[in-house]
Design a protein around this ligand. Structure first.
Ligand SMILES: Nc1ncnc2c1ncn2[C@@H]1O[C@H](COP(=O)(O)OP(=O)(O)OP(=O)(O)O)[C@@H](O)[C@H]1O
Length: 255
């Protein structure tokens, strides 16, 4: 008997099938497919303008696809009403490029903020404080609880933004360019933190990045979004050693 389950054999928590989206003559997604398995780190790479953000917006219901199906935790999101969609969204955590903190609030208040909309998690002041502290601790920043965002470095802000997302204990994490704008050392710290979090919370993560180093370190599997489709799917090793000119160019280019 095998000791470990193959990722591909695990439950599918997010699935995109045959997704199409165009803007006028600009056919951005042309039948894109994707499957994210439980506990998996799936990286999506694509050149600038290839449709990564469009895909992620369709995923979270911020944009309507022309055609195709999107299933999150076995539910077809196009068939859900707003209330059901809201419940489902609470299972999904986002760390987007611009996930800015609220500048006028302390770190503690920033983390308490999402809890207000999810009273099932926040019970009383004492347990809320403990939850805020524990979550900050998991990003290594428990000592910043009473600081203002202006007192934090760029990397620390990104960590606090991550903690603010984690406090709702999402099952799926969506990271859009988690290392953009950070220096190489801080980027590495964020990547290690993403790995720690995946282990601690057993989340499934979809990571959109241009950062080849980030992809190498974090991905269980990768998808290259080229010409609006899932042009290549495989491990970093498989794709980075491919002889296909389109894939090769991808790994050489500064995207
Ligand atoms: N609301 C919109 N209206 C019209 N065109 C759009 C809209 N949103 C995106 N596009 C177009 O869709 C294409 C893909 O854009 P998208 O933002 O998804 O690229 P991306 O892969 O995320 O790029 P980057 O890595 O630079 O963020 C682009 O040609 C863009 O101009």
């Amino acid at each position: 008997m095998k000791e470990e389950t193959n990722i591909q054999d695990r439950e599918v928590v997010l699935q995109v099938k045959d997704l199409y989206k165009s803007f006028g003559d600009n056919q951005v997604l042309n039948g894109f497919n994707m499957q994210l398995h439980k506990g998996e780190n799936l990286v999506i790479m694509g050149k600038s303008g290839s449709g990564k953000s469009v895909m992620i917006k369709c995923l979270v219901g911020l944009m309507e696809a022309d055609r195709g199906t999107i299933t999150v935790m076995h539910k077809d999101i196009t068939k859900l009403n707003e209330k059901a969609l809201d419940i489902l969204r609470s299972d999904i955590g986002f760390l987007f490029q611009g996930s800015a903190l609220y500048d006028s609030m302390t770190v503690r208040e920033n983390l308490e903020f999402p809890l207000r909309h999810h009273t099932d998690i926040s019970k009383d002041a004492k347990s809320t404080e403990q939850l805020v502290l524990n979550t900050l601790d998991s990003v290594g920043l428990a000592n910043t609880i009473d600081l203002m965002p202006s007192e934090l470095s760029g990397g620390m802000k990104r960590r606090v933004a991550l903690a603010r997302t984690l406090i709702l204990q999402p099952k799926i994490m969506l990271y859009d360019e988690p290392t953009s704008g950070l220096d190489p050392i801080t980027s590495k710290e964020i990547i290690l933190l993403m790995q720690d979090i995946q282990k601690k919370y057993n989340t499934s993560s979809l990571i959109i990045t241009h950062d080849v180093d980030c992809a190498r370190v974090i991905s269980d599997r990768m998808i290259l979004l080229i010409d609006g489709i899932d042009y290549a799917v495989g491990t970093f090793k498989e794709l980075s050693t491919s002889n296909d000119p389109k894939i090769k160019a991808f790994f050489k280019q500064d995207l």
